[in-house]
Design a binder for this molecule. Structure first.
Ligand code: HEC
Length: 153
């Protein structure tokens, strides 16, 4: 009898926890989405990289055609060239915004990284980027690098 009560309580409690957990996950996806777009606007990223990363005086953060075309000097961008998503975090954290580097918190940099990846349609708008999920993102050109010295690997 006792055990039964405990079982019931336990099930109720894990339902409640599951509900809280899902609510928090929804909040954090929304927080990250709003923060990514918000900081992009507030910190002037668009002045140099254009609205939604579409291109400005310092180049686009979105787009990029195939690299194996006949174009001698194709634009090598995040979406068509960069092999690792973590580089977006690292570069933005160390160097952006250009005129005020190191003024963004790590959470803001994760949000901006998620924003840039979502604009490139590499992740979904509700995917949350953090220390666990970001390294698992497979970049489109991940397998596009050929070693010049394969015998050394
Ligand atoms: C005042 C102009 C300026 C502003 C504002 C600015 N950037 Fe940049 N950004 C640059 C320049 C210049 C480069 C290229 C630097 C280099 O190649 O050494 C760059 C490069 C980058 C890159 C690497 C892109 C690539 O394909 O090489 C990322 C990512 C980036 N910026 C993100 C951001 C974000 C996010 C913000 C806003 C928080 C921002 N930038 C604000 C000037 C700016």
């Amino acid at each position: 009898m006792r055990a039964e009560i405990r079982t019931t309580d336990h099930a109720g409690r894990s339902r409640a926890l599951g509900h809280q957990y899902r609510a928090r996950r929804r909040r954090s996806a929304a927080w990250q989405r709003d923060t990514g777009a918000g900081r992009y606007a507030e910190r002037g990223c668009a002045l140099c990289h254009g609205e939604k990363g579409g291109g400005g005086p310092s180049g686009p953060l979105v787009g990029g055609g195939p690299l194996n075309s006949t174009d001698r000097d194709p634009a090598k961008l995040i979406g068509n060239y960069w092999p690792y998503a973590t580089t977006i975090f690292d570069f933005t954290r160390r160097a952006m915004p250009w005129q005020q580097p190191k003024t963004l918190t790590d959470n803001e940099v994760y949000a901006l990284t998620a924003y840039i990846l979502a604009l490139n349609k590499i992740i979904g708008e509700n995917d949350v980027m953090n220390a666990e999920t970001l390294p698992k993102v497979k970049m489109p050109n991940r397998d596009g690098f050929i070693s010049k010295y394969p015998e050394k690997h």
